[in-house]
Design a protein around this ligand. Structure first.
Ligand code: FAD
Length: 319
């Protein structure tokens, strides 16, 4: 097997591990594995508690970045656990609001009830959006597997009809996204465009390729021209260079957003050049899937993770 084929195999395997609930459960309850893997995960996750995330967010804001905060979690099938998650977000909003952090709160709808009952997710989302509005904050809904996209867009549209401080993430790799973008025209909030982290079949999604970058840029172009607030959420240097050359980054409604711990040097340069930059700052105990995705999309991270397990070396002042 050549190197490219091995890389694809590693990526697919990691995405499979990411979704495997048995593996996740085993790690969560293992006194040996959890701390070992958490050492490596901390390159991408600020810590287990909202205080960890807010402390890091304060440092980033002080340096001139905007931030999105998220308590990681998804696919919760137990109603009580969804209520606990919603309450965690309420506490996070209050903590950030009282600290006068101008931040976005990012969340997965399957974390707060969408799998249990659509109406539970609606009630939770509207409560969170109202609480965020009271504190001058915004909510950003994350994108999940394509099987959930209809429900996510439906819930976004209902809440966005009531409160203006809610935005949505769309995935460029899904064929349907161009249509979805038209479908949400006229609704409020920022649109965050990502390539897409989930393993999808070739019938519904384009794999990483030049074609995907082209589709990504087409979506961004539409949003920039329409004047809709947009988050260019990618670490792809070629895409960033292209949007910079086209002058999109100078527009007041456009920002670049990157995940905590990934390509901080690139974001730092963009900030120094005066562009709007945002860091997505995650925390929590349910980091297994998120961490696997970060390894899968850039396999050299596997070597780094192994080294971090033995001797964590989270460099200071990356931003
Ligand atoms: P890629 O083509 O994957 O990577 C381009 C280059 O960026 C790579 O060559 C490498 O140099 C660098 N890079 C990319 N990933 C890494 C990494 N992990 N470590 C080190 N270098 C890396 N996905 C969803 O499905 N739903 C969401 O709601 C969602 N929210 C997101 C929010 C934000 C703010 C961001 C930035 C991403 C989000 N994603 C989400 C993830 C996204 O879909 C991609 O999986 C992820 O951003 C990697 O794709 P890329 O655009 O960076 O391009």
């Amino acid at each position: 097997m050549n190197e490219a084929a091995l890389r694809i195999l590693a990526t697919d395997t990691l995405k499979w591990i990411a979704r495997n609930e048995q593996v996740n459960n085993h790690i969560r309850h293992s006194n040996e594995l959890y701390p070992l893997l958490f050492r490596a995960a901390q390159r991408f996750i600020t810590g287990e508690t909202r205080e960890d995330a807010v402390t890091e967010a304060l440092k980033l804001i002080w340096k001139g970045y905007s931030v999105s905060l998220e308590c990681i979690g998804e696919n919760i099938v137990d109603e009580q656990a969804c209520i606990v998650a919603k309450n965690e977000f309420i506490q996070l909003i209050r903590l950030a609001g009282n600290a006068r952090l101008e931040t976005t709160i990012s969340l997965d709808l399957s974390h707060i009830g969408m799998i249990v009952d659509k109406e539970l997710a609606y009630d939770h989302l509207i409560e969170l959006t109202r609480e965020a509005a009271l504190h001058g904050l915004t909510i950003m809904i994350s994108a999940e597997e394509s099987t959930k996209t209809d429900q996510i867009i439906g819930l976004y549209k209902r809440v966005s009809g009531v409160y203006a401080n809610v935005g949505i993430t769309l995935q460029a790799h899904l064929y349907r996204t161009e249509q979805d973008l038209m479908d949400i025209e006229g609704y409020s909030g920022r649109v965050r465009i990502v390539k897409g982290a989930f393993q999808e079949s070739k019938e519904v999604a384009v794999p990483r390729s030049e074609e995907l970058s082209k589709r990504y840029l087409q979506l961004i172009e539409k949003l920039v021209i329409s004047g809709r607030p947009v988050s260019i959420a990618t670490h792809d240097k070629l895409i960033i260079e292209e949007v910079r050359q086209r002058g999109y980054l100078k527009q007041p409604h456009v920002e670049v957003e990157m995940l905590y711990g990934i390509q901080p040097d690139l974001l730092k340069v963009l900030k120094a050049e005066g562009y709007r930059t945002r860091v997505y700052v995650p925390y929590g105990k349910e980091w297994h899937l998120y961490f696997c995705h970060r390894l899968a999309e850039y396999p050299p991270n596997i070597y780094r993770a192994l080294a971090d397990m033995v001797s964590p070396s989270k460099e200071e002042n990356l931003y």
